[in-house]
Write a protein that binds this ligand. Structure first.
Ligand SMILES: Cc1cc2nc3c(=O)[nH]c(=O)nc-3n(C[C@H](O)[C@H](O)[C@H](O)COP(=O)(O)OP(=O)(O)OC[C@H]3O[C@@H](n4cnc5c(N)ncnc54)[C@H](O)[C@@H]3O)c2cc1C
Length: 424
């Protein structure tokens, strides 16, 4: 097994920052295309990630298109077939195309393993930070100008900061060796920024800043065992408890566990004694029993969710997945957006490596990206806006009950693969 704490080379065709679904999928596809690829991840893998864990129809199709369908099934995901929305004791049941639910801990590790098997080098416990090129900042460190050609260099430089316990060559430094260097630079001809909300690896490039929108909700998540008494949720059901303070989705995942993922108004969280208290109030308002085992679970939080990056591409740089911005998790589409972005981007990366980088390449990529991903986020924006006005929910729920075909159209649209990516 290769060591995941050391870097083999200084120069790569592609460096991918972040081993979530966007980064790992891109790593699989770049490596398969014969590109020398490194995948850099801040956390030690496998790691927990706050997510609703629902792999919807479109996400599944993207994995299938890459020949990864059977691998996903081997993770023993739970299946989903309906959505149950609960608001103030009212119920709306919507049937959904068959989907899968699996923890991100298991799913992301599997995708990383697929990337390694395709020839990618994976390095975890390393924080990557993209260095500006002269056109992006006046403050380019001299060392960087020396090591790469100035102007619009042929490679981008990434600074790597290794977690304390590792040095760049993979050796564990002796306890008393405080001088051991833990920083390193690597160069790549294309960098894919797949580091999630707020894209922290671009903190030295102010023009890419993505501030959260005012009033943005934050995510909460936990995994806990399913008990025999948990009859309030049916098999294959995604239960969505909705209240003024936000919403929480619960779904069964592998190994008879539940996954909870919530989007909460930070003001409600501030008024509560704890995240658990806040969730208990939310379940109570929605008229759903609080899952018992949640009381013993570790509840984690995210940074504010809703944001949109000012720029999504730069010199030899593409942003993918949540790094480009995120709406809200209600429609459970984030992984589909991330996998789609990786799928449409890799041919542009291959073209950049083989034929050179150009502004025209960025323009074509941006057009393709907005066609396949950004326009798909419109439904999610609309639904999220509805949820912000809870007085709108009862009439919307009634309409959905009386016009199931309308609801079904929305559900189908969310699960639909963009035309350009359909498997023929
Ligand atoms: C509450 C909630 C519920 C959700 N429910 C669903 C759902 O049911 N279905 C669905 O499809 N989507 C859902 N989503 C959305 C989904 O989780 C995201 O859209 C998806 O994870 C985006 O993938 P990504 O690869 O872009 O980013 P991430 O999965 O966030 O991966 C980014 C990775 O980059 C790493 N990283 C960050 N900074 C650095 C750095 N400087 N150097 C190296 N590595 C770095 C991080 O550690 C992380 O592993 C939900 C989200 C939330 C918050």
């Amino acid at each position: 097994m290769p060591d995941s704490h050391s870097i083999d080379a200084e120069h790569y065709d592609v460096a991918i920052i972040g081993a979530g679904v966007a980064g790992s999928m891109a790593a699989v596809l770049c490596s398969r295309a014969g590109l020398r690829t490194v995948l850099l991840e801040r956390h030690r893998f496998p790691r927990h990630k706050i997510c609703g864990c629902c792999v919807n129809g479109r996400a599944f199709q993207m994995l299938r298109r890459a020949g990864l369908e059977s691998g996903l099934r081997q993770l023993q995901p739970a299946t989903t077939s309906s959505l149950a929305v609960r608001y103030r004791g009212r119920k709306l049941n919507v049937s959904m195309p068959p989907g899968l639910a699996v923890s991100r801990r298991r799913m992301d590790q599997w995708l990383v393993d697929e990337a390694i098997a395709s020839g990618c080098q994976f390095v975890d416990e390393v924080t990557a930070s993209v260095q500006p090129v002269p056109s992006e900042s006046d403050e380019v460190p001299v060392a960087i100008l020396d090591s790469c050609k100035a102007g619009y260099p042929e490679e981008r430089i990434i600074q790597l900061r290794f977690a304390n316990c590792h040095s760049p060559n993979g050796a564990k430094p002796a306890d008393d060796d405080l001088s051991a260097s833990r920083d390193l630079h690597v160069c790549a001809r294309v960098v894919l920024v797949c580091d999630g909300l707020g894209h922290p690896s671009l903190h030295l490039l102010p023009s890419f800043k993505a501030e959260p929108e005012a009033g943005s909700r934050i995510g909460l998540g936990a995994v806990f065992p399913r008990m025999a008494a948990d009859a309030w949720i049916r098999r294959e059901e995604v239960l969505m408890a909705v209240a003024t303070q936000g919403y929480a989705g619960v779904v069964q995942i592998e190994d008879n566990q539940f996954n909870l993922a919530a989007a909460i108004d930070p003001s409600c969280l501030n008024k509560s004694n704890s995240p658990l208290d806040c969730l208990a109030n939310l379940f109570h308002s929605a008229g759903v029993p609080m899952p018992q085992e949640l009381r013993n679970a570790a509840i984690k939080g995210t940074v504010p969710l809703t944001r949109s990056a000012r720029r999504i591409a730069g010199h030899r740089l593409f942003l993918l997945g949540d790094a480009t911005g995120y709406v809200e998790p209600f429609t459970g589409e984030g992984m589909a957006w991330a996998l789609t972005a990786a799928t449409i981007t890799v041919p542009f990366v291959v073209s950049a490596i083989r034929n050179g980088w150009s502004d025209e390449l960025i323009n074509r990529w941006q057009a393709s990206s907005s066609e396949t991903t950004r326009t798909q986020q419109k439904v999610c924006r609309l639904l999220s806006a509805t949820l912000r006005h809870p007085w709108l929910l009862p009439p919307v729920m009634t309409t959905c009950q009386f016009f199931p075909s309308l609801t079904q159209r929305v559900v189908n649209r969310i699960n639909r693969v963009p035309k350009a990516l359909e498997i023929v």
